[in-house]
Design a protein around this ligand. Structure first.
Ligand code: 6R9
Length: 656
């Protein structure tokens, strides 16, 4: 069982003093997809009927026999139905005028741009599916995708979905070890990558990293390689294994691959996310319910209209990109902007230049990004016409009221509703969120559960806490896009999410409801950190550190960070003969980068001669957090050796 700790009391009272209110304007309300609060009561009266109603927005090859089979914690949605995600995201749109609507509006970091209409997307997805089939990919095979933010990423995902081969997308910032861990965990037999990708003006050598990973991936038979950076001559291609994407698709010509009629519960994808152990969990998402949940939430949370230009700035390597760049928006036939690179390249106004260039109407981004923009200053957004924007969204971490208000005023020109959306890799779809045509917004609050969703805040003993107090966030009813299990480890799925409060899904987040019932998310209560909106397990970073020959023991904690929300700090004890000097800090940071990826490099590393432990030898991270935050030390009675603390505290203060 994961250790849990109390959400910070200070954050809590500060949030609850927030008394600003933003009701929807009459004009917004009048045009909103949902503007009658009765939707909540209707959904609550019969949640299955509500989701069945939403499922009409999806095209099914065969209708369902039952909406839901629920044997805690096993859910089957739209039982007996047949469906295909690729068909829903592409084929059905080319049967209408949408065939010439922009599907993906791609902006490369160097400034190149490419617009794929739904017709173009259909052609490319078919060509890719045909190529995959020729290479030997069959229904049920796992395909690993390691690509930057280029249209080929969405094309590859949809091509896999078309033939019923679950994909596992691996964020392009992950290291070779992280790739091989994931590939081996799910036994992927095919991989798709690129020669490189663009980031801050430099080429990221994706193929090199992939090649290193492949040395320990015996199951991979073929690797398709996209030419993104024109490094074609410098990238070695392994005879018999590597195939250029453009050659393979050329060979496909105009071939059409009929989308497979898949069972609603057929695996759509596996996405790895950090948990409380050293090993990331492969969350398995299936097809029918996932499409219903993502399409419906996308349409109503963002008030999507046919003429909107939707831009979600996440990377497709995370769940936000899966649900709200690819499956939800494309199922809805939306025009989606996809940007490859960094927000400060070539200058700090890149996002705003993209909003202006494409007339973006809905922008969905992370609090970390907003806090970064605040720091850069208003002059960057001020250079551009942002009047096209009409809805703003945030996701990934708690947003502080100050950043929320800045976002609304400076980016939303004091008129766009801001929807703070809470959800997770495991939930697949947004679950706690305002509805912009209904909800009176409070800066910093994700407000209320989406219609049909039942959430509560429980105390230590599983009792619902009264309004006005805090505890553990749980979900008390299944929802269509929920992950079905952890790939290869159904037991872990049960113990991780469903045993802490039997019958409830335990999210791992702390939350509080105010006296009007608004939900305020307070961050993780387990050993998972949220650094710049990215989930990182303390155990993963600890195992990376101790895999270095110099490190005897390590403990990793989160420390508050003005922009990133949280940053990583590590306490390490070194083996004899090694010195804890600045060079060692660099060595270890790079080592973590090699083992996991740059996002997991600790901001700070402290060397201590010992770590505080319980009598059963469990490292007490709570005490390390107290030291790092300069707090009065909490309960130390369970420490095996209480004198250790004073010594660590002293060493910490000296090295600060
Ligand atoms: C979608 C996504 C999930 C964790 C989650 C929580 C945090 C996400 C949030 C939020 C406060 C929000 N989180 N949205 N916290 N307010 N609106 O981010 O998935 O990468 O799996 O992270 O992110 O702590 O538990 P994922």
């Amino acid at each position: 069982m994961a250790t849990t700790h109390e959400p910070a009391a200070g954050t809590l009272s500060a949030l609850l003093q927030e008394d600003r209110r933003y009701p929807p304007s009459d004009a917004f309300k009048a045009q909103a997809n949902w503007n009658d609060p009765a939707i909540y009561q209707r959904a609550e009266a019969d949640p299955e009927a509500f989701w069945a109603e939403q499922a009409k927005a999806i095209d099914w090859f065969k209708p369902w026999d039952r909406v839901l089979d629920w044997n805690v914690p096993e859910a089957k949605w739209f039982v007996g139905a047949q469906v295909n995600a690729s068909y829903n995201c592409v084929d059905r749109h080319i049967k209408s005028w949408r065939r010439n609507k922009a599907a993906i509006i791609f902006e490369g970091e160097p400034g190149d741009a490419r617009v794929l209409t739904y017709r173009d997307l259909y052609r490319e997805v078919n060509r890719c599916a045909a190529a995959l089939k020729r290479l030997g990919v069959k229904k049920g095979d796992r395909v690993a995708i390691y690509l930057g933010m280029v249209p080929e990423l969405a094309i590859a995902m949809l091509a896999c979905a078309r033939i019923g081969a679950p994909h596992t997308v691996i964020f392009a910032g992950f290291s070779a070890d992280s790739i091989s861990d994931r590939v081996n965990d799910c036994g992927a037999s095919f991989a798709i990558t690129a020669d490189g990708g663009w980031r801050r003006g430099s080429k990221i050598p994706l193929k090199d990293t992939m090649d290193r990973a492949m040395e320990s991936c015996p199951t991979i038979q073929k690797v398709l390689v996209v030419n993104r950076t024109d490094d074609a001559r410098q990238v070695p291609m392994k005879e018999g294994r590597d195939v250029w994407w453009h050659r393979a698709l050329e060979e496909s010509g105009a071939e059409i691959v009929e989308p497979e009629a898949l069972d609603a519960e057929h695996p759509l994808y596996i996405l790895y996310t950090s948990g409380t152990t050293g090993k990331p969990k492969g969350m398995l998402h299936t097809t029918g319910g996932y499409l219903v949940g993502t399409a419906c939430s996308h349409k109503y949370v963002f008030d999507l209209k046919e003429e909107d230009v939707f831009w979600c700035t996440a990377d497709v390597g995370w769940v936000t990109g899966h649900s709200y760049i690819v499956y939800g928006p494309l199922a809805n036939g939306a025009a989606c902007v996809m940007y490859e690179g960094s927000p400060d390249y070539p200058d700090k106004d890149r996002f705003w230049s993209i909003v202006e260039k494409y007339g973006v109407t809905i922008l969905y981004t992370a609090p970390t990004a907003i806090r970064t923009f605040m720091r850069w200053g208003k002059e960057y957004p001020a250079k551009h016409d942002l009047t096209s924007l009409r809805v703003l969204g945030t996701v990934g971490e708690p947003i502080n009221p100050e950043a929320w208000v800045w976002y609304r005023e400076v980016i939303g020109l004091d008129r766009c509703p801001v929807v703070d959306t809470w959800w997770m890799t495991e939930t697949g779809q947004i679950l706690i969120t305002p509805l912009p045509g209904i909800t009176v917004l409070k800066p910093g609050s994700a407000t209320f559960p989406f219609p049909g969703v039942k959430a509560d805040v429980l105390d230590e003993n599983g009792k619902s806490v009264p309004l006005g107090s805090g505890g553990y966030l749980v979900l008390q009813r299944p929802w269509p896009a929920m992950a079905r299990t952890i790939w290869g480890d159904p037991e872990r799925y049960k113990t991780q999410y469903w045993t802490r409060f039997p019958g409830n899904y335990f999210a791992g987040d702390g939350a509080k409801r105010d006296d009007e019932g608004y939900f305020w998310l307070l961050g993780r209560v387990d050993d998972v950190l949220n650094v710049a909106g990215h989930r990182i397990g303390t155990m993963e970073v600890e195992s990376a550190l101790v895999s270095h020959p110099a490190v005897a023991e390590a403990a990793v904690i989160g420390i508050s960070h003005e922009v990133k929300g949280q940053a990583l700090a590590a306490f390490a004890t070194l083996r004899g003969g090694f010195t804890g000097d600045p060079a060692m800090v660099e060595t270890l940071r790079n080592h973590v980068g090699e083992k996991i990826g740059a996002i997991a490099k600790p901001d700070k590393i402290f060397f201590t001669s010992e770590l505080p432990k319980t009598r059963s030898a469990k490292i007490m991270r709570r005490l390390l957090r107290d030291i790092a935050e300069g707090k009065v030390l909490g309960d130390t009675t369970t420490l095996a050796d209480p004198t250790v603390l004073a010594s660590i505290k002293q060493q910490y203060e000296e090295s600060e």
